[in-house]
Write a protein that binds this ligand. Sequence first.
Ligand SMILES: Nc1nc2c(ncn2[C@@H]2O[C@H](COP(=O)(O)OP(=O)(O)OP(=O)(O)O)[C@@H](O)[C@H]2O)c(=O)[nH]1
Ligand SMILES: [Mg+2]
Length: 461
Amino acid sequence: MEGGRFRGESTIVAPATPPGAGAVSILRLSGPDAFPLARRLTGVDPAAHPPRTLSRCGIRNASGAEIDSGLAVFFPEPHSFTGEDVVEIHLHGNPILVEEVAAAACALGAVPAAPGEFSRRAFFNGKMDLTQAEGLCDLIAARTAASARAALRQLNGGIRAAISPLRERIRNLLVLLEASIDFPEEEGIAPISAVELIERVSEINGSLSRFLESYERGHLLRDGATVAIAGVANVGKSRLLNRLLGEERAIVTETPGTTRDYLSGELVLSGIPVRLVDTAGLRETEDPVEREGVARSRRIVAEADLTLFLLDGSRAAHDGDRRAYDEIASRPHLLLLNKCDLPPSENGGDFHGEGKRKTFPVSAKTGEGTDALLREMARELAPEGGATLSEAPMTRLRHAAAVRRAVEALSRASRSAGEGMSLEFPAADVREAADALSELTGEIAPEEVLDAIFSSFCIGK
Ligand SMILES: Nc1nc2c(ncn2[C@@H]2O[C@H](COP(=O)(O)OP(=O)(O)OP(=O)(O)O)[C@@H](O)[C@H]2O)c(=O)[nH]1
Ligand SMILES: [Mg+2]
């Protein structure tokens, strides 16, 4: 598909607005017959109307009856979202009307669009690269303003802007290598030395690695983070959840074993959507319901991006605390001494976390210490800083995997050059690095990758 234009054989139709009642709904058509079809549906002759301007029209159903009045707008190829002829029909926002007109379009030969098909056609027609298509999807799905900004930067080509110059440098290196292999004797071509190769690779890898760091925060902006609250029974986990969410979500009682299932709420930490999960107290119990709750809690903690481990600071830590702590110690966590509004236990300070880590005094009752806790949570989840954060961060595992592959291939090239191997070997690795970055932007795009990406879009996108 490279270079050439992609012409959809079919004309696709789908609502561009969500189902449900509203002031306006938009039905979109794209493909070779979009204009004649729309003319039949609206009576507007696209040839007689300036492109990309709204024309008032009556809107007809399959039997030709006028069922609504609205607007039509024509986007002649290639100046459209998909790069094909596109028409938008604006109706009153009743899903029954939208359905009727879509059915009329299909009766005239259009086909219902598959999920992501508009975007897929836009991608094939060079309207956007793969990371931009993903950015569009993420902009629509973003749960926080910061996530939306990151997605917008990606939609505007931010990832490509960061990657393209690096890929260019890799390609230049490849040209040099190939020239050194093919015409070693030729005049005017100085074969590249191992030292020069290693130096260039290390510069490029430095830039790639810096960009890779943006994934840490970028993926949290897109996927959100899970923070679990763990500890033995009665240390105040549920009360802390309520305090951090600012609402009485979980039941709090003085009876140990109150929380038997996990429950969660959403909050935003430095722009990252966070699911905060309260869990059942980690303890051995005969009660089958509580036991299941504890098992579920363990699974939550095992997958959490961060765990807040709670101790009751008003009493001395006991073996149960230590056993529970051992379960989470190898995971990213913060150690909290709750109930700091009460007089501290005399030996409350004797609990040392793994690596003698700092404990945070908090009170779920009064709220003391929670601001500092929230700041620390944000720092733990996604350290601020790094120049790339103001640009478009990498947001998907796919991006990070491609860049890692490039870094590894370049490192191999450097090693084989260092070992004095024939230049064919580093050349193959440098080529792989360039290909990995081309896959990132979709210049090389295996069908199954495209399927996976576009099928996750919703219909009409
Ligand atoms: N003084 C004081 N009491 C607290 C604080 N946090 C929790 N409590 C009390 O400690 C008891 C247990 O609180 P919960 O939030 O239910 O504790 P939990 O860890 O969720 O307990 P389980 O669900 O049984 O595992 C309740 O009586 C709370 O009011 C605090 O910061 N200060
Ligand atoms: Mg509880």
